[in-house]
Design a protein around this ligand. Structure first.
Ligand code: PCA
Length: 161
């Protein structure tokens, strides 16, 4: 399998709590292509008990979202799928990203929430995620989470899907 472009907008970005995942050679290889912005508007919300960033599959709403495009190998793509709990939580989806400044548009994978509670659409939309941003909703890492709390209950529609 060749290389694939992945657009990251949340905790995988440089300086964010899961960035080490994409730089760890044990997970595969990744090369930063550049900073980018989604071509379409998307709601980027911070949700759940654990303040997790989610790009909602609801194009045309929210903002053009800032992120980073990485070229990754198959091993890294599998590692990212595992981290993001694809397809149970996030769904690895296609998005178009424009490399900045004013560069080409590239087709990428990105981890989106495709089935979600409608209440999530009422949350504030962000453009450039930082865990320690002015929103005050710092990301809670996996190892600090409550094993008795099912994250999917916070964000997925009631009654499955
Ligand atoms: N990690 C992925 C999806 C959301 C998250 O926190 C990312 O950074 O793109």
């Amino acid at each position: 399998m060749g290389s694939e472009n992945v657009f990251v907008y949340g905790t995988l970005k440089r300086g964010e709590p899961n960035h080490h995942w994409i730089t760890n050679p044990c997970n595969g290889s990744a090369r930063l292509v550049g900073v980018a912005q989604t071509v379409e508007l998307y709601p980027l919300v911070i949700a759940s008990k654990y303040n997790i960033p989610f790009l909602l599959h609801h194009p045309g709403h929210g903002h053009a979202v800032s992120g980073e495009v990485y070229s990754v190998d198959g091993a890294m793509l599998c590692s990212l799928d595992a981290l993001e709990d694809h397809p149970r939580l996030y769904a690895r989806s296609r998005v178009a990203a424009r490399l900045l400044p004013a560069g080409e548009t590239v087709a990428c994978w990105a981890y989106l929430l495709t089935a979600f509670r409608p209440e999530l659409l009422a949350l504030p939309c962000h453009t450039d995620y930082r865990s320690s941003g002015p929103h005050g909703l710092e990301y809670c890492e996996g190892r600090s989470r409550d094993p008795g709390h099912e994250l999917l209950w916070d964000v997925k529609p009631r009654g499955g899907a």
